[in-house]
Design a protein around this ligand. Structure first.
Ligand SMILES: [Fe+2]
Length: 198
């Protein structure tokens, strides 16, 4: 069964003004669709066909087409679920407690924003759950993610921010910092908590 583009739980204009409808539509139907199609092509007839998307990340394939498009499909599928109209403002439950342990919510926002703003070129900022349940902020280049053996910080991603220009350029142009700070208005912290508890 080939991978498919997941449906969004909200309309393309639901995240305005943080993320505009046109950016959402192009990002989902063009960029994400391309990762899905290219991943399916890259794994067709190989030992990766039939593996779960998560398994494919963990295999650490050194084929660029698998790494880039497998990462692209995984990262974007996660990203859409982490967004919600209006956001839920603050972390809850276990994530809230763990964020307290790494300096509190304001410190987290600063660290996560710095990770997003200082990632040179294209990539992602992450909040990662370590094996012992603690949290750490990191970033990866391109479509890499913390599940991949190549990642500097390895663990389970529970929050991610796409800082590729395709994610914000139509609305924010070169103002990545403005996009990063606006992102905090649309985070679905209930979903982050659900991913932490999985
Ligand atoms: Fe993207």
């Amino acid at each position: 069964m080939a991978f498919e583009l997941p449906k969004l739980n909200y309309a393309y204009d639901a995240l305005e003004p943080t993320i505009d409808a046109r950016t959402m539509e192009i990002h989902h139907t063009k960029h994400h669709q391309a990762y899905v199609d290219n991943l399916n092509n890259a794994i067709a007839g190989t030992e990766l066909e039939g593996k779960s998307l998560e398994e494919i990340q963990k295999t650490g394939s050194d084929k660029p087409a698998v790494r880039n498009n497998g990462g692209g499909h995984y990262n974007h599928s996660l990203f859409w679920e982490l967004l919600t109209p209006g956001g839920s403002k603050e972390p809850v439950g276990n994530v809230k407690s763990e964020i307290e342990k790494i300096g509190g919510f304001e410190k987290f926002k600063e660290d996560f924003s710095n990770a997003a703003k200082t990632r040179f070129g294209s990539g992602w900022a992450w909040l990662v759950k370590n094996a012992d349940g603690s949290l750490i902020v990191s970033s990866t280049p391109n479509q890499d993610n913390p599940l991949m053996p190549v990642a500097d910080v390895k663990g389970t991603p529970i929050l991610g921010l796409d800082v590729w220009e395709h994610a914000y350029y139509l609305n924010y142009q070169n103002r990545r910092p403005d996009y990063v700070s606006a992102f905090f208005d649309v985070i679905n912290w209930d979903k982050v908590e659900e991913l932490y508890n999985k």
